[in-house]
Design a protein around this ligand. Structure first.
Ligand SMILES: [Zn+2]
Length: 544
């Protein structure tokens, strides 16, 4: 392995001294032996405003050793890419691969949902969620080192990087209660953030929409964010309110910007959206706030999935937060108190309207008889008011996932056009975005509706996020960079998943190359498991 690596670097160095077209034209690389040649595709290299050009990409070991017009190398393997598009492997800025990546089954650890789309790097630990298989996307732990050691030992499909999430921190230290931390508890929380940062976390993430994270005040969050900022970390957030549930979308964006400004760190807003009819049209104001912050010198970015529906838990979507103080058992207790139940019902009714009504809520991925049906339909069948039907479901399970048709097309388009908006699937079981985000963005928003250019699609899914996360030699097709590459057919690159059937994988990927290994070959999984764990390097001297 070491010898292969050295060879790759030598070829790269040789080719790097000549302009790329010179090397090819003069045949300087003639006879050079490379492992893999992707030949004759239309190349978008991931840089801003890059135009596509027809050419070759050569790979030796885990590195790209040539990108340019026709290469005159001899290759161990050739992938014919004529008429196909060749891009850097896609980076998913917001992912929840929990149902696959911790599996004892190697076939699942490839996370086919993502690599079949050409995705090669996933950002985990977002929404304040934990790392490790300890209990679903919103819980589990903060043990980055242990979890990554397990990934490396067992093998995983894509590269991963992680944030340290606030949910397991607050749950472990304070529990599910609506109260601020004591001084001792705040210290314990800060130590957990610091430890994870020193283990290679890229920053501190929150999901302030979710209880118990919602119970935090901005000052507590600034204190914790500072522990990440000191070590070069990013503040990543599922913001407190994407609608008008508590402080409202605009104030929520202001809170995120304030946390970043006061802690002194970049801010990244996950799955940016205007959720529900009460805030439709507010994308303009949100974009203005972010552009103003950027003009002041603050580093602010966002990610977005190309769908009009969000996904969350039923209680997070419609139950008032105060009713979740103390967790699920406390909620059931409140349901059993008639006066409290009336109060919950009144507020749930208002939240349902904020969510675009009972017709907009689709039950998914919970192994319940009502999966695949909408709330209005279930209510009709049970001859109940939709609020009563929802409460009946919540009395039976605290893990009911819902897909909610909550967004307007003009807002989604406006956010997508921003140069600081990256692609982030927010994918987990139940929503077609898990395996359809990148092809949907390409087919719907580039080819069909022409909302963005192909160059911006590639940039927002590769070089843009790679620069923001400061990934070491990833996100671009460049000499010496790690060979993370996607090759897809422009017409056949399609999502297989729909709202009705979220499980089918994407189609049309000719190859997904991850660290030089072909992980998807002619649309088939190879079980390469060549993904790596990517670590943030803490600011020197910050982890003594
Ligand atoms: Zn989220």
């Amino acid at each position: 392995m070491r010898a292969v690596l050295k060879g790759a670097v030598a070829v790269s160095a040789l080719l790097a001294v000549l302009p790329q077209n010179m090397a090819a034209a003069q045949g300087q690389s003639a006879g050079q032996q490379v492992d893999l040649l992707i030949r004759g595709g239309t190349i978008y290299d991931g840089s801003e405003g890059a135009k596509g050009f027809v050419g070759d990409v050569a790979v030796s070991g885990d590195r790209i050793v040539y990108v340019g017009p026709r290469a005159t190398v001899s290759a161990g393997r050739i992938i014919e890419a004529k008429g196909k598009i060749v891009t850097p492997g896609f980076i998913d800025g917001h992912s929840h691969p929990d149902s696959s990546i911790y599996s004892p089954d190697a076939a699942l650890r490839q996370v086919p949902q993502w690599i079949m789309q050409g995705a090669t790097t996933l950002v985990m630990g977002v929404d304040g969620s934990g790392i490790g298989s300890g209990g679903g996307p919103i819980r589990s732990g903060v043990e980055i080192k242990d979890t990554f050691a397990q990934f490396t030992q067992q093998g995983i499909g894509p590269n991963v990087l992680a944030f340290v999430g606030y949910a397991p921190i607050r749950s472990r230290v304070i529990g599910e209660d609506d109260r601020p931390p004591t001084a001792t508890e705040l210290l314990a929380e800060k130590q957990m953030v610091a430890k994870a940062m020193c283990e290679g976390a890229f920053g501190f993430s929150t999901g302030l929409w979710y209880t118990p994270q919602f119970f935090s005040k901005t000052d507590e969050l600034i204190e914790l964010a500072r522990e990440a900022a000191k070590r070069g970390g990013i503040y990543d957030t599922h913001q407190r309110d994407e609608a008008t549930y508590s402080i409202g979308l605009i104030n929520s964006v202001k809170e995120a910007l304030r946390i970043g400004a006061e802690a002194g760190m970049p801010v990244h807003i996950g799955h940016l959206k205007a959720l529900g009819p009460t805030v439709w049209g507010q994308s303009a104001e949100v974009i203005k706030l972010i552009n103003e912050a950027r003009a002041r010198g603050q580093v602010v970015t966002a990610d977005q999935y190309p769908y009009l529906a969000n996904q969350t838990s039923l209680q997070a979507q419609i139950i008032p937060s105060w009713a979740l103080d103390g967790g699920y058992p406390a909620l059931i207790k409140r349901f059993n108190d008639p006066a409290t139940l009336e109060k919950i019902k009144a507020e749930t009714k208002a939240n349902l309207a904020r969510s675009n009504g009972a017709k907009s809520i689709l039950f998914v991925a919970s192994n319940q008889p009502w999966d695949g049906k909408r709330l209005d339909q279930v209510a009709l069948e049970w001859k109940l008011d939709p609020v009563d039907a929802a409460i009946r479901i919540l009395r039976q399970t605290d893990r009911q996932w819902v897909v909610v048709f909550s967004m307007s097309e003009p807002d989604v388009d406006a956010f997508m056009k921003q140069p600081w908006t990256f692609t982030g699937s927010d994918g987990s079981d139940g929503h077609p975005r898990i395996s359809g985000t990148f092809p949907t963005k390409y087919q719907e928003f580039v080819r069909k509706r022409k909302v963005i250019s192909i160059s911006q699609f590639v940039r927002s899914s590769s070089g843009g996020p790679a620069d923001f996360y400061k990934l070491d030699r990833r996100g671009y097709l460049k000499n010496g960079y790690f060979a993370d590459i996607a090759v897809f057919d422009p017409a056949g690159y399609m999502p297989g998943s729909t709202y009705v059937n979220w499980k089918p994988l994407a189609k049309g990927v000719v190859a997904t190359v991850i660290n030089g290994k072909v992980a998807v070959d002619n649309g088939k999984l190879t079980n390469a498991l060549s993904g790596r764990t990517l670590l943030h390097t803490p600011t020197p001297g910050s982890c003594l």
